[in-house]
Ligand binder design. Structure first.
Ligand code: PHE
Ligand code: NA
Length: 452
């Protein structure tokens, strides 16, 4: 039975969890979902879920990782056995592994677009371009399976190399450089948006709301986004938690992760919508928001090529610090279960996910409007895979909450949480009742409506 090693420092888990949390979810998905769903109302539902559901589950998931000190699948098997409960809880691990694999497959394709735009910015190819040119350029990128596959391949190889080097030499050391650099760049882009864009319009779009404007699918998307953005319910946090120092505080760490992640999403939203409104563009343009509106805004602004290039580096860095956390839980499982070497395990995981990613590639061109997924599910493979993860992550999170809330004893939880009885009671109430009820409520309200 393999016991895991631990991160080098007490604070490394925080660094790793923030690296996992902050990613395309903040910079790309949050702004475009907010734009599509009309702004403030979406943010309100999203923020409520972060605090009432996200943080308690973040604590629970880290706890399960640290208490088992194993990869999610083996860890849940171990915990279920030591608690003499049903082996069905192992499904948390399997569901997580499946989600990690699904998310990585499209995450890498989207991150690949950022490689393209980093290149376009630094070479100055878009300087002075008009709206038509920029949006034609994006369409041309999506229309090319070859280009999309090339970038997807580059990105996933880079992620695999980092995880293949191990948690210390690979994951820790890259995060130590990446994360501080990312925060500096983000502040730079915010300042730039503030000076060159329409900051007031951005702020009022993000922070005024009318709940009645939020559609049913908007509710599911807001909840799905709050799980996605905190990397919850799919084993990434559990896998990293398995390496967490016994000295680190679960509560404080969880609040810090949620705070930083939310702050980054808000800053990114403010910066992006300042530029978008400043250039008179449409907020609801969908997944292309960051890849059309921003390059266009940069095309017309002073030092746009340079700032734009730096911005897309930020996107890439944030994406890679998240994609490595998608590989880790599955790779660690393959190492523990089948005695593979780490490089072998990473290679297996990455290769399978890469192949599935080709379906996402095809969703933007050859199978955009036709193909098997349209026949069966009325949507493209990309939309279908995204929908699945919007369901799997909250479902996984709900099971994690139920297991931590009902199966673990008071003394086990206290051994991990080392906290006041009051906060323990609050936390346990949230994971026992509030989080599962919230997930169930949103599922019941929206799933019957989600089709075609
Ligand atoms: N949290 C990441 C983001 O916001 C995405 C992610 C989801 C990463 C699940 C790992 C696990 O981009
Ligand atoms: Na995030």
């Amino acid at each position: 039975m393999s016991t895991h090693n631990v991160w080098t420092h007490k604070g490394t888990f925080l660094l790793a969890a923030v690296g996992s949390a902050v990613g395309l979810g903040n910079l790309w998905r949050f702004p475009y979902l907010t734009g599509e769903n009309g702004g403030g109302a979406f943010i309100l539902v999203y923020a409520l879920t972060i605090f009432a559901v996200g943080i308690p589950i973040l604590i629970a998931e880290t706890m399960l990782g640290r208490a088992s000190r194993r990869s999610p699948i083996m860890g849940m098997r171990f915990l279920a056995r030591t608690h003499k409960t049903s082996r069905a809880w192992e499904s948390i691990g399997w569901l997580g592994g499946a989600s990690a694999f699904l998310i990585l497959s499209f995450y890498s394709v989207i991150a690949g677009w950022a490689i393209h735009y980093t290149w376009q910015m630094f070479t100055g190819s878009l300087v002075g371009a008009d709206a038509q040119t920029v949006s034609d350029g994006f369409d041309a990128l999506l229309a090319s399976p070859a280009l999309l596959t090339l970038y997807h391949t580059l990105f996933i190889i880079a992620s695999g190399l980092i995880v293949g080097l191990g948690i210390h030499k690979g994951i820790e050391s890259s995060l130590r450089i990446l994360m501080p650099a990312l925060f500096l760049i983000l502040l730079g882009v915010l300042a730039y948006g503030f000076v060159n864009g329409d900051f007031a319009a951005a702020a009022s779009f993000l922070f005024t709301f009318n709940l009645a404007e939020l559609s049913l699918e908007g509710w599911l998307q807001a909840m799905g986004q709050s799980f996605f953005t905190l990397s919850l319910g799919m084993g990434a946090i559990m896998a990293y938690g398995a390496y967490m120092s016994d000295q680190a505080s679960l509560t404080r760490t969880a609040f810090a992760v949620a705070f930083v992640d939310t702050a980054v999403a808000m800053v990114a939203g403010l910066a992006i919508f300042s530029l978008v409104f400043g250039a008179g563009l449409d907020a609801g343009s969908g997944p292309g928001l960051m890849f059309i509106s921003l390059p266009l805004a940069f095309a017309e602004m002073p030092f746009g090529a340079l700032i734009g290039g730096v911005f897309f580096i930020l996107v890439l860095g944030a994406a890679i610090s998240s994609s490595i956390s998608l590989i880790e839980p599955v790779a660690a499982f393959l190492v523990e279960r089948f005695d593979l070497t780490r490089p072998q395990a990473v290679f297996g995981m990455v290769l399978a996910s890469w192949a599935l990613g080709l379906l996402t590639v095809s969703s933007f061109n050859i199978w955009a409007e036709t193909g098997l997924f349209h026949d069966l599910f009325g949507r493209s493979a990309f939309d279908f895979i995204e929908l699945l993860t919007n369901i799997f992550m909250p479902l996984g999170g709900m099971l994690i909450a139920l297991f931590a809330g009902w199966a673990l004893t008071h003394s086990e939880v206290m051994k991990e949480m080392r906290t006041s009885e009051t906060w323990f009671q609050v936390w346990r109430f949230l994971v026992r009742f509030v989080a599962p009820a919230a997930v169930a409520f949103v599922f019941l309200r929206t799933l019957p409506q989600v089709h075609g």
